[in-house]
Each structure stands twice: as C-alpha cells, then as structure tokens.
Design a protein around this ligand. Structure first.
Ligand code: MN
Length: 326
C-alpha cells in the first residue's frame, strides 16, 4: 500500500488536535469518492470527540444515499467560526461552490486529494496522483494514525475506491488500491450492498435515457471517437435528472473501437455539462483544461454556458485533434 510521509501524518494529527471547530468539504456534484471520503472524515473526527461540520454544495445523489451516516453531509453550514478546514477529493476551492468563502477564510487548510494539482490550495497537502481514490489515501492515513476504522467508515471508504476504479477495471487500479480495499473488507465494509446500490440500481428513467443515448450517438475518426448529446427535451422526455446519466459515457467507451468518448448533457437549459473518457495514454484532462475543466488523464469533465450545438462543435473538434496525434 502507498505510504504517506510521516511528517505529513504528524502535521495532520497536530492540526486536528489543536482545532476547536473543523469544517470538512468536498466538491460539487459529489461522487462516491467525494462522499465516502467526507463521511469517513466526519466519523473519524466524531471518534475523537471533535466539533465539526461536513459540507457539500449539492446533496448526495440518489445512488449514494445508502451510504452509512449520509445525513452527516450538510448543504448549509452553520455560522460557527472554524479554525481548520479539510478538503477532500478536490484541488481547487472553486469547486466547493457555496462553501468556498468559508474555506477560504480558515487560518489553516488541509487538502487530501489524488487529482493532478490545479490550483493547489492548502497549508498541509496530502496529495498523491498515483492513488486510485482519495478514499485510498484516507485509508492509509487512518492506518498510519492508528485510528480505528469502523465498519461504517470502511463501507464509505470502500465505496470511494470501488467507484473511482470502476469496480477495479480502470487504469488507476493498483496493488495499493486493492490492498486498501482488502483492508476495508477486513474492517467490515458492506461490499455487496455497495455493489448493488451503486451498480445495480438504475432507475427506469435512466435506462430509457441510456437507450436513447446509444441510439443517437455519433461516431467519427474511424469509430475511434464517440459522443452523445442529451438536450433538455431529452431529459424532459425521459423524466430524468443529470445524475441519471452517471456511467453513460463509460458505455460509449466500452465499444470496441472507441478510444475517446464524450457525453454532452443539458439537464439544465443553457448549462452544458460534459464528461469525457479515454483509453490508455490519451490525456483528455489536458484537452478539457482549455475549456476550464479538468480531472484525470482518462476521465475528465467541463461545463459550457453556451448552446448544446456550440459546446459540441467546440469540444468535438479538439477531441479530433487529440486523436489525430495518437
Ligand atoms: Mn476521487
């Protein structure tokens, strides 16, 4: 399993020990790693008897509401003064949404993350881009701190690892991630429940929208590039929300010839959210950075405030260029 520098672990412990009120935050549109990591940190701080809040701009999406202690996640903060902030699974305070200002105001900020450094905020940075998930880093952090990992914490952390690795299928799956997952099973992670809730509980509206996405997808570059567009009308037709499109882009990438896949969604009129996935060494995070987005080499996203057609036109031409060079 990966190791966190002793100095950083000690600094983390010291910071938590000295803090009177701690705010824990994660990114907007939270995924399994964001929520699993944030809840685990809440449970860790609770076990120490600390005063804390766990904050997220958006509430947990439907398929993650099964997480133990998910009610610890608050979309509204208190007005208590915090003297320590801990942000998990993000490397830019922008992505804290409504809570940005509160985190910008803390005298000390700790970052635990596995994304490629972007804005690089924070006074104590436990950042490792070779970690498969922030939850993997936290598992190691709790072990190095010799903190007890309860079955609920284990379930949350396991969810983070299993979602960020796509059930141990994506490239970021490593022996360290598998070892962390094994340790979490030993600590009582409810892995069957996680599999069922996360991967086997698609809503009917989502299934219909997936069918529509696959039927209307476009292909180019000898079928190496695939993309789908979902207009606001499509969402209304299927009675679906943006969170119902979770995993669609991976379905496009699962086609044998496809090397880069993108999904454009207009769940909210005038706001186009895009997810892009790639295989192997093709770096799509680099491409999306031009549009103010980011993420990982093989999994990235961005948002356009244009028409769906304009977003499609601008990004698809860059993705063509990206594929031309490989
Ligand atoms: Mn993550």
């Amino acid at each position: 399993m990966l190791t966190i520098e002793k100095e950083l672990v000690a600094e983390f412990a010291r910071s938590v020990d000295q803090a009177n009120h701690i705010i824990v935050g994660t990114h907007l549109n939270p995924d399994g790693d964001a929520l699993g990591s944030a809840i685990s940190m809440g449970l860790f701080l609770e076990s120490l008897g600390k005063s804390f809040e766990v904050l997220c701009h958006h509430p947990a999406p439907r398929n993650l509401r099964f997480l133990p202690c998910v009610d610890k996640i608050r979309t509204e903060g208190t007005d208590k003064t915090a003297d320590l902030g801990i942000i998990l699974d993000l490397d830019s305070t922008e992505r804290l949404g409504n809570h940005k200002e509160r985190f910008d105001a803390v005298p000390k900020l700790i970052v635990v993350d596995h994304h490629v450094p972007h804005q690089a905020p924070g006074d104590v940075r436990i950042v490792n881009t070779s970690a498969a998930a922030t939850a993997e880093l936290l598992t190691k952090l709790y072990l190095q701190l010799e903190a007890p990992i309860s079955p609920d914490m284990a379930t949350c952390l396991y969810t983070g690892i299993v979602t960020d690795t796509g059930s141990f299928r994506f490239r970021n799956t490593s022996s360290s991630a598998l070892q962390a997952a094994a340790t979490l099973l030993e600590r009582g992670a409810a892995f069957e429940k996680v599999s069922e809730e996360v991967f086997q509980s698609r809503q009917l509206s989502s299934a219909r929208l997936l069918g529509h996405t696959l039927e209307t997808m476009q292909l180019d570059m000898n079928d190496r590039l695939a993309w789908g567009t979902l207009s606001h009308r499509d969402f209304t037709w299927a009675n679906a929300k943006d969170e119902d499109t979770e995993g669609f882009v991976n379905e496009l990438l699962s086609i044998e010839t496809v090397q880069v896949a993108a999904l454009f969604r207009e769940a909210v009129p005038g706001k186009i959210r895009v997810s892009v996935r790639s295989r192997g060494t093709i770096d799509v995070a680099e491409v999306l950075r031009q549009f103010g987005g980011g993420g990982h080499k093989n999994a990235a996203g961005c948002t356009f405030e244009t028409s769906l057609e304009e977003a499609e036109r601008r990004l698809v031409s860059e993705l063509r260029l990206c594929l031309e060079s490989v």
